[in-house]
Ligand binder design. Structure first.
Ligand code: UGA
Length: 434
């Protein structure tokens, strides 16, 4: 099939590349000329395992092209995917200006019937509104369909190639069939392709992210309670997870969720409820619990140093909002950095991929360390904000030697408290028994 993908952000680039990899002819469009020029030269704007190799191969073989010209990209395309950003706008709602602008451009360039597919996360009713707006500009018939994306950063290629399910929202059966043919190679034998209305598809995306974020805030609140009563959240996790109604997944306590999706989507749902005069008490609580959880490590560090970190040096491992990405949007580590800097501490920080992004914000206020152990030199304590695999089994003897004091604030519960105590560390986890 001939496909155009508008927007070469995370979702757009992964979508375009994976569709090219499955044999389609794909053109990716972005209005940022520099980004397109870089992609043409093989320079990928984000860190995502496996993506660069796929972009290079499909570009070399001519199945994946890049352009700044939307009319040129859609001229041949049967399917046009919109994957532009829908950031948090005023009052917490999603900012849809990107979607409307692209819709207008498509409508102006339309010279034959096409299917427009919204992949961006958008409030319920956006598909209908886009169709209404485009019909004011063009007389050529077109379809607008919803196809929410469920991929995770750091595992995006795998998630796209092996989806748990594919959801599409359509008004006409033929459009459902067209999209089914496109996704067929990814479905294997047992993965459902779910056809519903655009409204249900739009809502599905938000409901999935709301429930996942709820699980995280729930377990974080329970972890804090465990800690205060000297119970251990890891033991409790085992105690509840074997109940098949509960399970183990997505119930890891930590320093709160970050990233470009959960925070924004939860607030968008609160905004959607408010604009209908409906309560959104649970999602408000999820958001509040998460904001408070981002401060948990800050409180632990301040308590340990008697509320005075002036003259102290704290090492931080892990800055990205999660492992296997360089994305620091809404990352809990940034809250820690801001608070400790404001309180007068010096910071030596390390992350395998996100150092450059952090440097772009903080400049020379921080000491950037390419190696994890380098960050520990002359530090009074270590705080861990992201569970990169390379932090899971470090050489604790080396760590104890490098740190001025063997103190660890572990925001991701990577280590066993009993073992850490035996090694002579003062160890603070999340929701762990003393
Ligand atoms: C999330 C969803 O998982 C995807 O399904 C969805 O497609 C995507 O948002 C989106 O809307 O585009 P992502 O933001 O890439 O994906 O990352 P997750 O792996 O879901 O992690 C989100 C945050 O939750 C991270 O900060 C992570 O550290 C935190 N988390 C996750 C926990 O604190 N505990 C857990 O048990 C799981």
């Amino acid at each position: 099939m001939k496909i155009a993908v508008i927007g070469t952000g995370y979702v757009g680039l992964v979508t375009g590349t994976c569709f090219a990899e499955s044999g389609n002819d794909v053109v990716c469009v972005d209005k940022l000329a520099e980004k397109i020029a870089n992609l043409e030269r093989g320079i990928i704007p984000i860190y995502e395992p496996g993506l660069a190799e796929l972009v290079h191969r499909n570009h070399r073989d001519g199945r994946l092209r890049f352009t700044t010209s939307l009319p040129e990209a859609i001229a041949e395309a049967e399917l046009v995917f919109i994957a532009v950003g829908t950031p948090q706008g005023e009052h917490g709602g999603a900012d849809l200006r990107g979607i409307w602008a692209v819709g207008e451009e498509i409508a102006k360039a339309l010279d034959e019937p096409k299917t427009i597919v919204i992949k961006s996360t958008v409030p319920v009713g956006t598909n209908a509104e886009l169709a209404r707006r485009m019909a004011q500009t063009t007389d050529i018939p077109f379809d607008v369909a919803s196809n929410p994306e469920f991929l995770k950063e750091g595992a995006a290629i795998d998630d796209f190639n092996k989806p748990d399910r594919v959801v599409v929202g359509v008004r006409r059966e033929e459009v459902g069939e067209q999209l089914h043919a496109l996704y067929e190679p990814f479905l294997r034998t047992d993965r459902p392709f779910l056809i519903m209305t655009p409204e249900s598809a739009e809502m599905t995306k938000y409901v999935a992210n709301c429930l996942l974020a709820t699980k995280i805030s729930f377990i974080n609140e329970m972890a804090n309670l465990c800690e205060s009563y000297n119970a251990d959240i890891n033991e409790v996790r085992r105690g509840i997870g074997h109940d098949q109604r509960i399970g183990f997944s997505f119930l890891f306590p930590g320093v709160g969720y970050g990233g470009s999706c959960f925070p924004k989507d939860i607030r968008a749902v609160i905004h959607m409820a408010q604009s209908r005069g409906l309560p959104a008490r649970m999602m408000e609580a999820v958001d509040q619990v998460n904001e408070a959880q981002k401060d948990v490590l800050v409180h632990k560090v301040m308590d340990h140093f008697g509320n005075d970190v002036r003259g102290k040096t704290v090492a931080i491992w892990g800055l990205a909002f999660k492992p296997r990405t360089d994305d620091i949007r809404e990352a809990p580590a940034l809250v820690l950095i801001d608070a400790l800097l404001a309180a007068g501490a010096s910071l030596r920080i390390h992350d395998p991929e996100a150092l450059d992004n952090v440097r772009a914000i903080y400049g020379d206020k921080l000491t950037y360390c390419d190696r994890p152990y380098g960050a520990l030199e002359q530090a009074d304590a270590l705080a861990i904000a992201t569970e990169w695999n390379e932090f899971r089994n470090p050489d604790f003897e080396v760590m104890a030697r490098l740190l001025r004091q063997p103190v660890i604030f572990d925001g991701r519960n990577l280590y066993d408290p009993a073992r850490m105590a035996a090694l002579g560390f003062t160890y603070h986890g999340i929701g762990r028994a003393k």
